[in-house]
Structures are given as C-alpha cells and as structure tokens.
Write a protein that binds this ligand. Structure first.
Ligand code: EPZ
Length: 428
C-alpha cells in the first residue's frame, strides 16, 4: 500500500501551474463518443479517472491515446458496442455519461450503475427522467441500466435538483436528437460550459450553458476537431487553501479567477491576501486568520468539492466556524481522520462546527474520498510532526502530480510504499 509521508510546518511559497479540469475532461472524453470522427483534446490531466475512461473507450471499439503530454486523441469511428458492464464502470462515477453518449449515438445503452466516491446516496433518477422526456425507455436489471429509444426528440425538462451529471447527460443525449431540448434549473458549473463548448466546436447547437436554462437544438451529426479543456477550478482552490493554511505565498497559474470567486471571497473574509491577475491568483497569509461560516452550494456558490479542504483550514483560525454541506448528504466522513490529528470538530447531520485554534499533530490517516484526501494532505502540511496519508488511490483519481507540485512549493512530502523508509531532515 502506498502513502504520503508529510513533515508539517513548511510554508508553501513559489509558483504552481494548474492542470486541466478533471471534471470537464471526464465528461468531454465520453462526449467524444458522439462524434464519428477524431477529436483531439488538449490540457487533459493525466489522472487515474482519465486512464479508466480511455480504457473504457478502447474496450467499446474506439481508440483513445495520449499523443503528447496532456493531448488525448480519441477516434470513436470504430465504436460498435453499447454495453459497459460493472467491471468496466464501477471505478468511476463519470461512467454515467456513457448513458447519454451511447443513447445519443446508437439509440441504445446498457451501462452498469455507476460507482465513484461515496458521499451517501448518489441517485441517477434525474438522468433517467431526462432520457424518458426525450422519448427513451429504460429498465434496470441485474445491475445494468438498459436505455433505448426508436428516436430521440427534443423536450422541455425541468430538473428538480440542480445536478451536474444529469445536466451533462441530457445535453449529450439531446445533441443529436430531433428538435429542441430545453433544460430548466440546469447546473451552471464551469465544466457544464466546457462540455457545451466542446460539443459546439464539434458542430452541436447548444446555447445558454452557464445559466440555468440550456437550449439544445439537435443536429444531424457532429464532426471531429481540436478542443482545449479549461483549468481545474477545484485543483486551483485546493492550492489557494493550502497556501493560506501554511501561512504561505503562492502564485497559482493557469486559472480562470472568475471560477474561484467564492473561494477568494472566503479567504479575504478570513484576512488572507488574494490578488487576481488575468490567468493567475496569488494567495498570501500570515499570522492569525479569522473564523468564517461556509455553506456549499451549486455554482456560483462555494463548491462542495472544496468543503473538506476549507474545513481543514478552519481548524487553525481564531474562533468557531460553521460549515454547512448543502449538496451531499454525507460528506463529513473525513472529519474522524482530522480528529485523530487533534482537530476539534463536531458534526451534526449536514453541519460541522469547527472550534478553531487547534495545533494539529501528525498521525496516520486515511483518505475517504478524493477531496478528503487532499484535505488530509493540507492537514499534514499544517501539523506538527509527521503525517502519513493512506488510500492514495482516491487522490490519484483527480490531482495530477500532486506531491511534485507541493514539493516544488517547499512542502516536505514524499510518496512511499508502506514500510519503506523516508529521509526528511531529522527523521528516520
Ligand atoms: C459532480 O458529481 C462532480 N463529479 C462531483 O465532484 C461534485 O461533488 C458534484 O458534481 C457536485 O458539484 C463530476 O463532475 C464527475 P450532482 P455528480 O448530480 O454529477 C442529487 C469530485 O470530487 N442528485 O450534481 O454526481 C445528488 O444526490 C466529485 O471531483 C439527485 O437527486 O453530482 C446530490 O445531492 C465528487 N438525482 C446533488 O443532486 C440525480 O439523478 C448534486 O449531484 C442526480 C443527482
């Protein structure tokens, strides 16, 4: 088993380059299945979720390969299989996008119920309701969702809950449908806009992405082309929080500052310095930071995918902060691990009360999901002594070169097999 070994106490200082957005890339890679041609996608992060999806495309008869760093070539001409069984898709939540893409292209998809990080209930009822509105029928048998349609026709679809996955899945299925689809109460995350821009650059007709009404006029076919994925909002936010958490001074490059407004606002409220440039953000902190309350919300609210990192930072501020999780029903599992390090946090349902002022102490901890893993690394950077973070498979799903980037900023972090010695100054 591999782990990160972190010697806490170093301030993060310097510059870091943010990778392409994982949550955009995973949707765009699957969206390329709609295109009976070659798509070249640039700025794709080399994370395990990307490799899992490349494997799936290859198994379905297509060809996905990195042709240079960050540049993925997907040739979906040969795709001739509409079935993605459990072994193929159970590792990754984004495999649910196969439903919309295969349904859109072939009128038929057989996809196992998707897996991914566990934050409690993760239904796909809104995805299925959307497909039904477009004229599809589905059954769920033996763990497979079988969705088919003689013909997909545009429809008006109101989403009961704001859902990133359902919004993207309906866009995929509707891109080649007959007539116009209108999604109301659509998700507005930057990766929704990115997927729509990708599809439009391949010939689709999608308007309104980034607002809560998206209009998709179905087209006959899509063509190949080249597309560049946007920078990763959540990776950038993670480095912003890590800079503040270590009293550091970091210039975070290749970002879209607008995507990070909610994080910037909270860091400023806490007393950190945040400077915005065209495509970079500098975060600097020193001394005591102030408590803040944080409520996660769909975009443009504070992202749930930065909630664990932010809560971790709040363990060192003055006073008591309240963190409310409004997106997922069970996203505080990692708090037990933080308590092991001396954090003083009480969880009651979707609310966590964080008593600030704790000096965390290094200890062995285990990632419970992707973003919780990043939060525990931040906790390790803040702690006195040595922290070991286990279960790196989660962090590997979504952070490209995480330890290398942190090391380049001065963090004492190394990746080790269990039992392998670690040679930080002063540590055996
Ligand atoms: C996406 O998941 C992200 N994943 C998640 O990021 C992120 O936490 C989430 O959006 C919210 O921002 C990817 O983009 C691959 P949702 P998704 O559908 O699409 C409810 C990370 O760490 N809901 O927006 O699965 C659901 O229960 C990952 O990078 C329904 O009720 O999330 C939740 O409460 C983890 N019915 C809420 O909507 C449905 O059919 C938002 O879920 C679908 C969702």
């Amino acid at each position: 088993m591999e782990k990160y070994v972190i010697l806490g106490g170093a301030k993060l200082e310097g510059e870091v380059e943010i990778s392409g957005a994982k949550n955009s890339a995973v949707a765009i890679i699957v969206a390329a299945l709609l295109v009976k041609d070659v798509c070249v996608i640039e700025n794709v992060p080399a994370v395990s979720d990307t490799y899992v999806l490349m494997d799936i495309i290859n198994q379905l008869g297509g060809k996905a390969e990195f042709v240079s760093k960050g540049t993925l070539r997907i040739d979906a001409r040969g795709v001739d299989c509409i079935e993605a069984p459990y072994e193929m898709v159970s590792k990754i939540r984004a495999s649910s996008y196969l439903m919309g893409a295969l349904l859109g292209r072939f009128g038929h998809a057989r996809v196992a119920m998707p897996g991914g990080c566990d934050f409690g209930v993760r239904p796909i009822d809104l995805h299925l309701k959307g497909f039904e509105a477009l004229g599809a029928e589905y059954t769920v048998e033996h763990g497979l969702v079988d969705i088919h349609a003689e013909k997909l026709s545009g429809a008006e679809i109101y989403m009961d809950t704001v859902s990133v996955g359902a919004t993207i899945n309906v866009m995929l299925a509707a891109a080649l449908a007959q007539g116009q689809t209108v999604i109301e109460n659509a998700a507005k995350e930057p990766h929704i806009v990115d997927v729509a821009n990708f599809l439009n650059s391949m010939g689709a007709n999608i308007k309104g992405a980034g607002t809560d009404v998206i209009k998709i006029k179905g087209v006959e076919s899509l063509h190949g082309g080249t597309y560049i994925v946007i920078p990763d909002q959540i990776e950038a936010g993670t480095f912003m929080i890590a800079a503040a958490a270590t009293n550091g001074d970091v210039l975070i490059k290749n970002v879209i500052p607008k995507h990070l407004d909610s994080v910037t606002a909270k860091l400023l409220e806490m007393g950190a310095e945040v400077e915005e440039y065209d495509d970079a953000i500098r975060v600097k902190a020193s001394g005591n930071l102030k408590k803040v309350n944080v409520k996660t919300m769909p975009h443009p609210g504070f992202p749930t995918d930065l909630q664990p990192q932010m809560l971790t930072l709040l363990t060192r501020t003055e006073g008591t902060s309240i963190v409310t999780e409004n997106v997922w029903d069970s996203r505080f599992k990692y708090v037990d691990e933080l308590r092991r390090m001396g954090a003083n946090v009480t969880v009651d349902g979707r609310t966590a009360i964080v008593e600030g002022g704790a000096q965390l102490t290094g200890s062995p901890v285990s990632s419970t999901d992707l973003r919780a893993g990043a939060a525990l690394v931040i906790a390790g950077l803040m702690a006195n002594g040595v922290t070991e973070v286990y279960n790196l498979k989660y962090i590997d799903r979504g952070y490209e070169n995480f330890e290398q980037k942190l090391r380049s900023l001065g963090a004492q972090i190394t990746r080790r097999k269990d039992g392998e010695k670690c040679h930080f100054a002063g540590i055996a």
